[in-house]
Design a protein around this ligand. Structure first.
Ligand code: SAM
Length: 247
């Protein structure tokens, strides 16, 4: 029997998931940044800002960041802007369309960010190469989350920090019902209006529901080797920022 996993609420063969995820991001890439602003009411900017604030890129010393599933470059751009001249950022993403949008944005802004087409489950980088590794709204798309965590640990220097921003579980009474209604009704409709397709956004909402809760994901990080693992819920638990260190 072949291994199965979930693509949104659907059970699919493990080998099929990546192709389906790639298809989602092929379809949304051109409108990805606009849709993020519309769907989150601009909140995704504050969540990403919180990640970069926690990362605290240094002002003087050299610092190399790898942003996995970095898509159109938000985390990399913010990190380079927040740090000094010796801060460099590499975006790794499996999707060429998302990377193309990111490269064009970097060029527009005159930012020196490297974009690399790569699968998070088999990163094309040497062991212990990066001072920090981040992933924002990417890990839930991975067919093999454990493999991606192991790879991100492998390329991180000892003493380096891993930060993961991901949708989580709303734990504020009242907000949970409202969020549920918004997610399953408003978001796919927004997708239909802006991208001309509601399916990618149905996947988005379903994949959020399937992603493990904060404690379970913290356990997966520990199992991958990360130490001092901590989770910070934000916006009533809509998202969580997980932090861990390679010691
Ligand atoms: C929701 S987007 C997040 C983009 C960006 N990090 C942000 O926060 O705006 C998810 C990204 O994960 C990427 N992705 C999905 N599976 C991947 C994999 N196996 N390896 C690397 N990137 C992957 C997609 O191509 C997409 O760009």
């Amino acid at each position: 029997m072949s291994d199965t996993t979930h693509f949104g609420f659907r059970s699919v063969p493990l080998a099929d998931k990546q192709r389906r995820v790639d298809d989602v991001f092929d379809r949304v890439a051109r409108r990805y940044d606009l849709m993020n602003d519309l769907m989150s009411g601009g909140l995704h900017r504050a969540w990403k800002e919180a990640l970069v604030a926690k990362l605290r890129p240094p002002k003087t010393r050299p610092f190399a960041l790898l942003d996995v599933a970095g898509g159109t470059g938000d985390i990399a751009f913010r990190t380079v802007a927040a740090g000094g001249a010796n801060v460099s950022a590499t975006v790794a993403d499996i999707n060429g369309e998302m990377l193309a949008v990111g490269r064009a944005r970097a060029q527009e802004r005159g930012l020196d960010v490297e974009f690399v087409e790569a699968n998070a489950e088999a990163l094309p980088f040497a062991d212990k190469r990066f001072d920090a590794v981040t992933i924002a709204f990417g890990i839930r798309n991975m067919p093999r989350i454990e493999a991606a965590l192991a790879e991100m640990y492998r390329v991180l220097k000892p003493g380096g920090r891993f930060l993961c921003l991901e949708f989580s579980r709303v734990d504020v009474p009242g907000l949970d019902a409202l969020y549920e209604l918004y997610s399953f009704n408003v978001i796919p409709e927004l997708g239909r209006l802006v991208v001309g397709d509601s399916e990618p956004y149905r996947y988005l909402v379903e994949s959020i529901r399937r992603f493990p809760d904060r404690e379970t994901f913290a356990g997966m990080m520990r199992k991958a080797g990360f130490a001092r693992v901590a989770a910070t819920p934000m916006s009533g638990g809509i998202v969580a920022l997980h932090s861990g260190w390679r010691l």
